[in-house]
Ligand binder design. Sequence first.
Ligand SMILES: [Zn+2]
Length: 58
Amino acid sequence: MICPNLKCRSVLSVPDHARGKKVRCKSCGMRIGVPMPSSNNPVEGEALEKEPQQAKSG
Ligand SMILES: [Zn+2]
């Protein structure tokens, strides 16, 4: 993840166990909340069944 501090923008390597916790940027010392891994991310590798769309005109 990247430090949200616009004056810093330092790339932070966040370990897996730090998910959902807060880490401190080594560069600027800002405390940053680490987002959880599965939230708004689209899940890849899952085959979705396609339903046949039937258009009715009436
Ligand atoms: Zn920073």
